[in-house]
Design a protein around this ligand. Structure first.
Ligand SMILES: [Zn+2]
Length: 183
């Protein structure tokens, strides 16, 4: 089993959303650090993707899609964080609606997150169909794929809690990947 750790918004000129509060970071900056933390504690074969040399969103995903095949990746997680109103909170895990593997990987991540962050709102796993947010990546790539949205960067309290212990979140990803790879 070989896992892809993809940093969301890795195409040229895209940083994704920014966090709120005293310490402002983009999705790309935060998750580029996060994949390194995960890789550091992960005992499953993996590859990191943090640069998509393309100018358009679809170009970026097409690039990633080719690389995942070249590298023989079985499952990929693209890391993001959510952004909405200041009061929105919780974690959610997106997968392509007909993908059994995607549903399984998303469930494994949700379970691990619920165990490690019992104080957080679990928004659960979310099937995605055509034209929904993130659907192009989930539909396009050949391996099992999940888009991870483990917190809201737009929620000051939630962001502070996550940022104060990034290792805790990295541990969630690493344990979930191990469980998925062994299951
Ligand atoms: Zn994003």
């Amino acid at each position: 089993m070989k896992i892809g750790l993809a940093v969301g918004h890795s195409r040229l000129g895209d940083q994704g959303a920014y966090t709120t509060g005293d310490y402002v970071l983009s999705e790309w900056d935060f998750n580029r650090d996060m994949v390194r933390r995960i890789a550091h504690v992960l005992n499953v074969d993996h590859r990191i993707y943090d640069t998509y040399p393309a100018k358009s969103y679809t170009g970026g995903i097409n690039y990633l899609s080719r690389k995942l095949i070249e590298d023989d990746i079985d499952a990929v997680i693209e890391l993001h964080f959510n952004s909405a109103s200041p009061s929105a909170k919780g974690h959610e895990w997106l997968y392509w609606h007909t993908s059994k593997g995607g549903e399984k990987l998303a469930s494994t991540l949700r379970d691990e997150m619920e165990q490690s962050y019992p104080e957080m709102v679990s928004r659960g796993i979310k099937p995605r169909g055509p034209k929904q947010r993130g659907s192009y990546l989930l539909r396009k790539v050949r391996p099992v794929a999940v888009i991870a949205e483990p917190f809201f960067g737009s929620n000051e309290e939630e962001w502070r809690m996550i940022n104060n212990n990034r290792g805790r979140l990295a541990g969630v990803y690493a344990r979930a990947i191990k469980n998925y790879a062994e299951g």
